[in-house]
Design a protein around this ligand. Structure first.
Ligand code: ZN
Length: 240
């Protein structure tokens, strides 16, 4: 199959689109399109929801080069070759964009301040957890990190998305800590999300244009998940 053009990689603000149906799996009510603005679960960011051809989109997965949308409801599926209209649940997607950007700001602050890398994480709309290699957590860490992240968010730093040839990405000192060298060699172009002056990562997720669009974060809890692994739980809120 020719593969799906991933519209969200270049325009995270695209809420609706038209596309031709590439393939159908009737059994699982799954539809692959030649282009899609729907984000498939991956990189810690959950999939989008919305509708395609007036049917609800309940799951989105990327398999090989294709994005497969699972459609709910009991209406008939479109046919291969049909032109369909897709529309995202924008409230959910925008909440995920704010949350994803907040997590990159958190990574940048923790790396710059404490030199500690992230070990894992997961997000839901407006809430998230992230694990870092602290051992132990510094005194007063939760309050300190919340203040610093909120100062960076309020600073309205622009977020630039670019595509670098693999060689250039590997040579970029700022990208080394995100382990660009572990990206499969078949990937010749690396997508880079740069919160200008704060945090630069190889990343496939969707982000807002400016950190002040996130609002603010509240650290809900910090907990130990073992030696060299400390978890931060946070929520994203509107700016005060
Ligand atoms: Zn990310």
């Amino acid at each position: 199959m020719p593969g799906t053009d991933l519209l969200y990689l270049r325009d995270a603000y695209l809420r609706s689109f038209e596309a031709t149906v590439l393939a159908i799996e009737g059994e699982g009510r799954r539809v692959a399109l030649e282009r899609s603005a729907f984000y498939p679960t991956g990189g810690g960011q959950p999939h989008d929801t919305g509708s395609i051809a007036h049917l609800p989109v309940v799951d989105v997965r990327k398999e090989g080069g294709e994005v497969w949308h699972t459609l709910g409801g009991d209406g008939p599926l479109p046919a291969v070759g049909d032109e369909v209209f897709g529309e995202l649940d924008w409230d959910r997607r925008h909440a995920l964009m704010r949350t994803h950007t907040a997590l990159h700001v958190l990574c940048g602050v923790i790396w710059n301040q404490w030199g500690v890398p992230v070990t894992g994480g997961n997000m839901e709309p407006l809430s998230a957890r992230m694990d870092f290699e602290f051992d132990p957590l510094p005194e007063g860490f939760g309050t300190k990190v919340e203040e610093q992240v909120n100062a960076e968010l309020a600073a309205a730093r622009p977020i630039a998305v670019s595509f670098l040839p693999r060689g250039a990405a590997l040579a970029d000192a700022d990208l080394i800590r995100t382990k660009v060298n572990l990206i499969p060699e078949s990937v010749t172009e690396i997508r880079v999300v740069d919160i200008v002056g704060l945090d630069k990562q190889a990343d496939g997720g969707t982000h807002v244009h400016s950190t002040d669009e996130v609002g603010r974060i509240a650290v809900l809890k910090t907990e130990s998940k073992g030696k060299g692994n400390k978890r931060i739980r946070l929520q994203v809120e509107d700016a005060r």
